[in-house]
Design a protein around this ligand. Structure first.
Ligand SMILES: [Zn+2]
Length: 325
């Protein structure tokens, strides 16, 4: 895909995201209106103010400035009353507002008031990710170069990072060859960033695809997007979350970097890992979080699945030795 094609695809994704944000806001407004008549009354006044001023402007096109000042004063007053009513009802202050994932661009992907259009930093980040995901397919065990790993001990007195990488390469390339008849269907790669975790995942994905295995590979960031869409009520009969549940091989990068969304991140991640294990499907995960941090960040049930050494290999890319116990 060209850069422009990536941009177009991502803009569509943002448009869907924004539409979902708006539906979510509409639902909250409806619910609040139904449960709090005093708030509904203020919202009605606000709506009437707008339609009334539009009507008066149509009647007296010359009186625009005067009318605008009047509308501003009245609408500031209504906003104040609305805030007070929301607080009095014990509701969150943003109950009637859009809740975008990115507060900067409100999920549009670009700054609204710039010309030429300037993309938001969140958009640039996702674009770079999408483009590097694509170039990732050039990484494979066949072109694997051990000399990119420094030949120095990862820790004083320990083995060199290169030897460690060699061990991981050996384990993962065997794993990819044996798939799906692996003694341990799951692999969790743990280590700080910069140790080659993404590279290893790409090598496995490449080999599996070569062998004709359908692979779903994504960052945790995208994973959460799929979960969020499912949670909001997806309209497709089979959505991205179903694909993640059903893929014979699921490869998740950067787990722990995704936002923690109430009622979504923990719940859906547990469902995903648990159902995949129950169905005997293979899952590869890379994370910057240590074992202890995984337990704190998620919970015991999720951590125990990620760190289950009966059915999974836990590979530590940090520390003196490489353990695939
Ligand atoms: Zn943004």
């Amino acid at each position: 895909m060209t850069r422009q094609e990536h941009i177009d695809r991502l803009l569509q994704e943002y448009a869907r995201r924004r539409a979902a944000d708006e539906r979510d806001r509409e639902e909250r407004i409806e619910k609040t209106r139904a449960e709090h008549p005093e708030i509904a009354a203020i919202l009605d006044e606000s709506r009437d103010l707008l339609s009334e001023s539009a009507r008066r402007l149509a009647e007296r096109p010359g009186g625009g400035r005067e009318l605008a000042a009047l509308v501003r004063t009245r609408s500031a007053e209504l906003t104040g009353r609305l805030k007070a009513a929301v607080a009095a009802a014990g509701l969150p202050a943003d109950i009637l507002s859009l809740r975008p994932k990115c507060p900067l661009c409100k999920d549009l992907g670009y700054a609204e008031d710039t010309f030429p259009r300037r993309f938001c930093s969140c958009f640039e980040t996702e674009l770079a990710r999408a483009m590097s995901d694509e170039s990732a397919s050039e990484q494979s065990f066949a072109t694997f170069r051990l000399d990119v790993f420094p030949d120095e001990p990862a820790r004083e007195g320990g083995v060199s990072q290169r030897r460690m990488a060699e061990g991981v390469r050996q384990y993962l390339s065997d794993w990819a060859e044996k798939f799906p008849d692996n003694q341990r269907p799951n692999v969790t790669l743990i280590g700080k960033s910069g140790l080659g975790k993404t590279f290893f995942l790409n090598c496995v994905a490449e080999r599996l695809r070569e062998r004709g295995v359908p692979v779903v590979q994504m960052t945790a960031f995208r994973m959460l997007e799929a979960m969020r869409r499912r949670h909001m009520g997806s309209f497709e009969s089979r959505d991205a979350f179903d694909e993640m549940l059903e893929a014979p091989a699921l490869i998740l990068d950067d787990l722990g970097s995704e936002p923690m969304l109430n009622n979504i991140t923990i719940e859906y991640l547990f469902t995903l890992l648990n159902e995949r294990m129950a169905a005997g499907r293979h899952t590869l995960v890379a994370t910057n979080l240590s074992m202890a941090e995984l337990q704190q960040h998620y919970n015991e049930r999720i951590a125990s699945r990620l760190l289950d050494r009966q059915r999974g290999a836990v590979i530590l890319l940090e520390g003196a030795d490489l353990r695939t116990l």
